[in-house]
Ligand binder design. Structure first.
Ligand code: HPA
Length: 236
């Protein structure tokens, strides 16, 4: 047990699917897992372990932001010996070449965050998703006939970004197609502990036009992405 997870060691699977939202974690467990049970409930972050087509899977919410994801992914990798974390989330796109509902598989992440520097004295602003995990997910997307774009993203500490020019700079300089708020600590912790992690995102906001998906559109599209993540675990 850790300060933030009170499951027993064997109650957390090798493979963890992490949405940000605790309600989404519950929906994933209800809709997709067999014989699942709640294995941790610290701070209301209900964590579910069950099976998907026979594969043992844990679904745990990360909460919002780099620090929250940093705590949970650190504890899962270090104390629960988790091998794989796939984050499933939503994002706001920086480009009109993507539409609401499109799926992004994260390649590299740029962030201004000091998380890696403060935790481990690691300098730099870029972390990478695991390439073998990404290959499995890319192949599965093809198999399922799902359109997916692999690319770089921006992991920000700020949802209410007031500087109108920053997204254009991030797109031009680092190829950031979209913005989310958790991947930097996840991918840094995976690098630190020699584990495998990546993130799949559904575009729910267009930060160029200001268009935002409504809740039923979000839920339907997010389910496609979750199915892709779960089906990919069958090849691990
Ligand atoms: N900004 C940051 N993170 C997000 C957004 C956004 O607009 N939409 C979904 N996650």
């Amino acid at each position: 047990m850790t300060p933030h997870i009170d499951a027993k060691n064997d109650e957390i699977a090798n493979i963890v699917i992490m949405p940000g939202d605790p309600n989404r974690a519950e929906l994933i467990a209800e809709k997709f897992l067999d014989e699942y049970q709640v294995v941790s409930d610290v701070r209301g972050m209900k964590t579910y372990t069950g099976t998907y087509k026979g594969q043992k899977i844990t679904v745990m919410p990360s909460g919002m932001g780099i620090p929250s994801m940093g705590i949970y992914s650190y504890e899962l990798f270090k104390f629960y010996n988790v091998e794989y974390i796939i984050k499933v989330g939503t994002c706001g796109t920086y480009t009109n070449t993507l539409d609401l509902g499109d799926i992004i598989l994260v390649d590299e992440v740029y962030s201004e965050s000091t998380y890696a520097l403060v935790q481990d004295k690691v300098e730099g602003n870029i972390v990478k998703a695991n390439s073998s995990l990404n290959d499995i997910i890319s192949n599965k997307a093809k198999e399922l006939n799902m359109k997916m774009t692999k690319g770089n993203i921006h992991c920000s500490d700020v949802f209410y970004e007031e500087d109108e020019t920053s997204k254009d700079k991030l797109l031009a300089q680092y190829g950031c197609l979209a913005c989310e708020m958790e991947s930097y600590s996840l991918l840094h912790n995976a690098r630190k502990f020699g584990k495998k992690a990546t993130e799949i995102l559904t575009v729910t906001d267009n930060l160029v036009t200001g268009e935002r998906a409504d809740s039923s559109f979000r839920q339907n599209k997010v389910n496609d992405m979750i199915k892709l993540a779960l089906e990919s675990t069958l090849n691990l």
